[in-house]
Design a protein around this ligand. Structure first.
Ligand code: FAD
Length: 446
């Protein structure tokens, strides 16, 4: 089986593998050099918020888990703490949007880092690459599990479709447990809805069931949902997006793997084959996530043409802008990699969209539970990047995406996160190419 060489259409996108790889060919070098520029390299975030869902397992103490922070003094004055706080109280503040306080705006799909947060630190992303850290076991397993659990969109839906992963928020009593056990999901759903006055609830923990489902998810080419026509597009998209992110993180781990026997960093083909290559749907999902993010970036073309990159040096601003626009023009080769207008069209469109948004926001909060600083950093950046892509695709029409008419639609951190996420995905696609080659060499050798 030619594991690493998928062909044909990428499900739920408007593209086949070939055209995505053509785009990748055109933009890889461009995105690589953009993320090294001053605007895209520095990201401010609070790395030490408490995990809101369970008691922390404690942080990974490996050297490779830790993050190097950057002294603000080396950054443009506008980005430093006093300037950012001043902006908040200045009467002109509301006109100067890039650094405004970031709470949730209605349109946001994730918790956006507040650049004026005194507990936040700047990180130079080029000095903290996402790669193998050794973070694994119960802690990371629990985080992934919680993230996939967010894929259940409401209780009735969940119970009737047999999605059994949502199980840890509220225990509503033995009556419901019995109904669930006796396989009467509709009755159970009714009781839960009654007990909570219609609020979203989840059923008691069941590790074994969860593990079974996770296995199904991994093995089933339809993304673990059985008959794909029973599952609405929005849920598939949610699942594919998360699974694609998971694949991308795994690929980075395998591509920059620390071999304890030799003490060297390098690609580990077995790691890739085990985690990704032998699961075609995981491979497909990373192409899916890439296609969706590329579409969001190209949709932002006009917005970024008028955006002030504000690095403190106008020559730099100009060259960053021209790099961004050049990348976008090249990414347009395939007319629209993803068609967002097909989503949220049914009778429940509005509530589904709100649920979709709330679940994605929860994923960004779950990132505070990642027990390894470096993994947390990249987890947060990439969920913000994906959240920004979703916001661009689903919250605004192309006409509203104009920084002059509609300033402050996007924070600096959202733009930085979006492009860095594209870069991680792009590096993953590049690594897939490398692993394909290594795989062929190995099979020829045998
Ligand atoms: P895991 O990757 O933990 O996967 C758990 C289960 O999910 C698997 O058993 C499988 O059933 C299912 N699964 C796996 N992949 C997919 C997929 N693509 N789609 C659907 N289902 C899937 N480690 C590092 O070394 N460096 C990092 O930078 C890093 N960043 C991380 C960031 C986050 C947000 C998290 C939660 C973890 C991170 N980790 C990182 C840990 C890493 O992701 C793994 O959890 C760890 O390497 C253990 O891997 P595993 O083989 O046990 O399976």
């Amino acid at each position: 089986q030619d594991y690493c060489n998928p062909q044909g259409q990428i499900k739920d996108t408007c593209c086949d593998y070939r055209s995505v790889e053509d785009i990748q060919q055109d933009i890889f070098e461009k995105i690589q050099s953009l993320v090294k520029t001053k605007f895209f390299r520095f990201y401010k975030l609070n790395l030490w918020r408490e995990c809101p869902f369970w008691n922390d397992d404690g942080l990974c103490m490996n050297r490779d888990c830790s993050v190097e922070t950057t002294d603000e003094a080396s950054l443009p004055e506008e980005w430093r703490q006093p300037a950012l706080s001043a902006v908040q109280i200045s009467p002109k503040g509301s006109l100067f949007q890039p650094f405004q306080t970031c709470q949730y705006k209605d349109q946001d799909f994730c918790l956006i880092e507040d650049e004026s947060d005194a507990d936040g630190v700047y990180v130079d992303l080029t000095e903290n690459p996402e790669r193998f850290t050794g973070y694994a076991g119960t802690s990371s397993g629990r985080v992934w599990k919680a993230i996939y659990e967010e894929n259940c969109f409401n209780i009735v839906d969940k119970m009737t479709e047999g999605c059994e992963t949502c199980n840890n928020v509220m225990h509503v009593g033995p009556k419901v447990d019995d109904q669930i056990r006796s396989n009467n999901p509709l009755k159970a759903a009714e009781s839960i809805a009654e007990a909570t006055q219609g609020n979203f609830v989840k059923v008691p923990e069941d590790e074994e069931k969860f593990d079974r489902l996770l296995n199904d998810l991994a093995e089933n080419p339809d993304g673990g949902f059985g008959n794909s026509e029973e599952v609405c597009l929005e849920k598939r998209v949610y699942y594919r997006l998360i699974s694609g992110l998971h694949s991308s993180i795994s690929i980075h781990i395998c591509d920059e793997y620390f071999d304890q026997a030799t003490g060297k960093w390098g690609p580990n083909l077995d790691c890739f084959v085990n985690r990704i290559g032998s699961h075609p749907e995981r491979l497909q999902n990373i192409y899916f996530t890439y296609a969706l993010v590329v579409r969001a970036v190209t949709k932002l073309g006009n917005y970024l043409e008028d955006y002030n990159f504000c690095t403190g040096e106008s020559e730099d601003d100009k060259s960053i802008k021209s790099g961004v626009l050049d990348l976008i023009n090249n990414a347009r080769a395939c007319p629209a990699t993803f068609d967002e207008t097909t989503m949220f069209q049914g009778p429940d469109a509005r509530s589904l969209k709100l649920e979709f948004r709330d679940h994605f926001r929860n994923v960004s909060r779950i990132m505070d539970c990642v027990g390894c600083e470096k993994c947390r950093l990249w987890g947060k950046i990439q969920t913000t990047g994906l959240g920004t892509a979703l916001k661009v695709l689903f919250s605004y029409g192309e006409n509203n995406l104009n920084p002059k008419r509609n300033p402050g639609l996007l924070e600096r951190s959202e733009i930085v996160a979006l492009f860095n996420t594209l870069n991680r995905l792009s590096e993953s696609l590049q690594a897939i190419k490398k692993f394909r080659q290594l795989y062929h060499e190995r099979t020829e050798h045998h």
